[in-house]
Write a protein that binds this ligand. Structure first.
Ligand SMILES: NC(=O)C1=CN([C@@H]2O[C@H](COP(=O)(O)OP(=O)(O)OC[C@H]3O[C@@H](n4cnc5c(N)ncnc54)[C@H](O)[C@@H]3O)[C@@H](O)[C@H]2O)[C@H](O)CC1
Ligand SMILES: [K+]
Length: 495
């Protein structure tokens, strides 16, 4: 099962692994052609109705594999409005292959030019995962025409939908109601969906047969983090302060640098506002590191249960709390963390010594734990020789404790007990102290807007990539603060 956003990420990861989208479209087109062959007798008339996105692009490719049929390609709109280069290249290739391809600029006024009337097979390639909102014209009227062609006695065409029936949301199966209150989507007899099943197709009340076609996306594109995982960070131009999250870092005590590293990393990873709650003994020092932080000192030198009311007030209204950097493991501190988590139901990243309380605490909170392998063992977690073995055992442990784990190593293992990701960015220069605090802060910032597993995957990828950028430039001998300044570059999606 894969969502549309995850599909786009995996698609981009595949490209980064040397399997370009053009090749995926070629495979998708071939899969459509195979599906047509299962229902079309030799010489059958096949009409492919195409939108201006990559869903249409898939069908342009399919047509090239179907030219032994009476095949017609009908583009809704003008060729110059085709959205992507790949789709445009495939549209242009139809002329070279002397395939009957026509742009129907006004299919509502001239439905006959769609040649649906005598089609034996109609391929619905108007829209796939790119749909947003109720079908607009001309797709709306054409969707009705396609559904009519399937049921009219004259032609009784078989309708094959590309990826998802046009008008259906791939994630939810919903068909948005139009201004007239009508829910319009293509009624398909068969659906060819790519790479993995779509949640929306399970929800769809239909007796259509669903074929999940492998289009050659390498397993590595879904297993290993890559640039595609950053796509979720794209920002809405209309956003305003606070939309990208407010983080509270609860840390400090024996160590002062740790909470500052985590807080500054959270800012660099995109949080709008970062607060630090730390013992008064270090508050001045933390504030001294960066005027962009809002520092709240609590009395004494370590976090204790007496401070909980204050911490709870500060955590209220924040998106994510990052617990742990520099807190130390004094008994009062660990019992304060445990009691905070017992009645906290928000999102939190738990790192360093605070991790010890996680396996036994009863909490409604959504936790992302970021242990290194020693801390994982201290949590009662597994140890293993190689990353593959560790991945499986950590996945079981995450399922057991019910939280997301990011286990740091040469290969970071990221899992929520179900999905598994492995991060390969980073280098041996990052064993220096403090890089874990930077990671915890980065994960905390990203967890404001992304699901926990995705936040951990992005945080690990960005932290490691920042470290790689530093080493590429200056060789080993990096220190944790070097990472912080490179995080914005590490999370750029246009790189
Ligand atoms: N991601 C992958 O791994 C692969 C995807 N493939 C195919 O690509 C489509 C998704 O393509 P995309 O260009 O993102 O969007 P669509 O073609 O689905 O539609 C965009 C198109 O439709 C217009 N539009 C959006 N909403 C509406 C609406 N409510 N009414 C009318 N028109 C609408 C929008 O303006 C654009 O013009 C995916 O489904 C696969 O088929 C691959 O090729 C295989 C790999
Ligand atoms: K479609």
């Amino acid at each position: 099962m894969i969502t549309a956003d995850r599909m786009a990420a995996v698609d981009a990861n595949a490209a980064a692994l040397g399997v370009p989208r053009k090749q995926l479209m070629e495979s998708a087109g071939n899969a459509i052609a195979r599906e047509v062959r299962t229902v079309a007798d030799p010489g059958a008339t096949v009409t492919l109705v195409c939108g201006r996105g990559n869903n249409g692009g898939d069908a342009f490719v399919a047509a090239r594999f179907l030219s032994d049929y009476d095949v017609r390609v009908r583009l809704l709109g003008r060729p110059e409005t085709i959205r992507t280069t790949i789709a445009k290249e495939n549209w242009d290739a139809l002329a070279a292959a002397e395939i009957d391809a026509e742009a129907v600029v006004d299919p509502v006024a001239e439905p006959n030019r769609l040649t649906l009337a005598n089609a034996d097979v109609v391929v619905d390639a108007m829209l796939g995962t790119g749909v947003s909102g109720p079908l607009r014209e001309p797709e709306r009227t054409v969707a009705k025409r396609i559904t009519e062609a399937a049921s009219s006695t004259a032609s009784d065409a078989t309708v094959i939908a590309v990826d998802v029936p046009s008008g259906v949301d791939a994630d939810t199966g919903e068909v948005a109601a139009g201004p007239d209150g009508e829910h319009v989507a293509v009624a398909a007899d068969r659906i060819v969906t790519f790479h993995d099943a779509k949640p929306g197709l399970e929800e769809l009340r239909t007796d259509a047969t669903v074929t999940v076609a492998d289009i050659g996306i390498p397993t590595a594109a879904a297993l290993f983090t890559g640039p595609g995982d950053l796509l979720g960070l794209d920002r809405d131009p209309e956003s305003h302060k606070g939309d990208h999250g407010e983080v509270l870092v609860v840390g400090g005590g024996p160590y002062t640098g740790a909470p500052t590293l985590a807080a500054r990393a959270a800012l660099r990873a995109g949080a709008d506002l970062v607060r630090v709650a730390c013992p008064e003994s270090v508050a001045r020092e933390v504030q001294g590191f960066s005027e962009n932080l809002i520092v709240h000192g609590f009395p004494g030198a370590i976090l204790e249960p007496d401070h909980l009311d204050r911490i709870r007030d500060l955590a209220a209204g924040r998106d994510v709390v990052v617990f742990g950097p520099g807190l130390g493991d004094a008994e009062p501190t660990l019992s304060a963390v445990e009691r905070f988590l017992e009645d906290y139901d928000g999102r939190a990243v738990v790192d360093a010594d605070a991790l010890q309380v996680v396996p036994d605490v009863e909490t409604e909170a959504t936790l992302v734990c970021t242990p290194h392998q020693g801390e994982l063992r201290a949590m009662g977690g597994p140890s293993a020789e190689n990353w593959r073995e560790r991945a499986e055992r950590v996945r079981e442990f995450a399922a057991e404790i019910g939280h997301t784990l990011l286990v740091k190593g040469a290969y970071d293992v990221i899992t929520d007990g179900e999905d598994l990701r492995v991060n390969r960015t980073g280098n041996p220069g990052m064993t220096v102290g403090g890089t874990g605090d930077v990671l915890a802060g980065a994960v905390g910032a990203v967890a404001c807007t992304q699901r926990p597993l995705q936040a951990a995957a992005i945080g690990a990828y960005a932290n490691g990539r920042a470290g790689d950028l530093v080493v590429e430039e200056r060789g080993y001998g990096l220190v944790a603060t070097d990472l912080i300044d490179r995080i914005p570059e590490a999370v750029r999606t246009d790189a």
